[in-house]
Design a protein around this ligand. Structure first.
Ligand SMILES: Nc1ncnc2c1ncn2[C@@H]1O[C@H](COP(=O)(O)OP(=O)(O)OP(=O)(O)O)[C@@H](O)[C@H]1O
Length: 239
């Protein structure tokens, strides 16, 4: 079988609770699995079991306490996200890993169309044609996700929860990166937009992306999953 895009080996996470005299909270131990191109792995398990923590460790927002998280980058090289340098992490996030977090981290005073286009604008080197193409592509994503045109030139800070979630999805999916992490991407969406996001995820899988997702709505998870992993099995080892 081909090299996995993502491989976790013996990943554990313990939080040190500084406001509780440094007590340790063991959330996960010995998480080991691989995800290949064209797969959509859905993480299952009750609330508080560590699903979001696992995505944050893959994206290296949280540092794994032990273990290795190997991600094959856009150039075919493997980077261990547990020991990558800050420079490598920036590059991995730019080129290789898309991450739709639960909440949009709003960039003050930047219009929605440019918030969505940011990764393409960064690649444009200020070439006017490339900048125009990036904004056009952003407009297509905004249209697809039913963001009314009157909002495109406003900063998303005051948008509704569902609008912000759709901006976050567009912003992180507009550039077709090889690995896509999705943390409850449909949690605030109505049925029509949920269907659109399901279609977008299927398109990402069809182009060969590896997807790892958490879905509040189990039915949505079942619809997009090519495989399920119950994180409880990683939790039961943590004591
Ligand atoms: N930064 C942190 N500091 C301390 N504890 C944390 C931190 N982040 C997460 N935790 C704890 O880790 C555990 C797992 O949290 P996590 O958010 O990963 O669960 P989850 O399975 O995604 O839950 P949900 O389905 O409710 O979103 C929880 O007990 C949580 O309180």
């Amino acid at each position: 079988m081909s090299t996995p895009l993502l491989q976790l080996q013996g990943v554990a996470k313990r939080f040190t609770l500084h406001h509780q005299s440094g007590a340790e909270l063991a959330v996960m131990s010995d998480a080991s699995f691989a995800v290949h191109a064209g797969e959509c792995v859905v993480l299952d398990g009750p609330s508080g079991m560590g699903k979001s923590t696992l995505l944050k460790m893959i994206y290296a927002n949280y540092r794994a306490s032990t273990g290795h998280i190997a991600v094959t980058n856009a150039h075919g090289h493997t980077i261990d996200m547990t020991s990558a340098t800050p420079r490598e992490l920036v590059r991995m996030r730019k080129e290789t890993i898309g991450y739709v977090s639960q909440f949009l981290r709003v960039i003050p005073r930047v219009a929605a169309i440019d918030v969505v286009a940011e990764s393409l604008l960064e690649d444009s080197a200020n070439d006017p044609q490339a900048v125009a193409a990036a904004r056009e592509e952003s407009g297509r994503w905004l249209t697809r996700l039913r963001i009314p045109e009157r909002l495109w030139h406003l900063p998303p800070a005051t948008f509704s929860g569902g609008e912000q979630q759709r901006i976050n999805i567009a912003r992180n999916m507009i550039k077709p990166r090889p690995l896509l992490l999705l943390d409850e991407p449909t949690a605030s969406l109505d049925a029509a937009n949920t269907d659109t996001v399901i279609t977008l995820i299927r398109e990402a899988i069809a182009r060969g992306a590896a997807v790892v997702g958490i879905f509040h709505d189990a039915e949505v998870g079942r619809t997009v999953a090519t495989r399920h992993i119950d994180v409880t099995k990683f939790r039961s080892l943590a004591a």
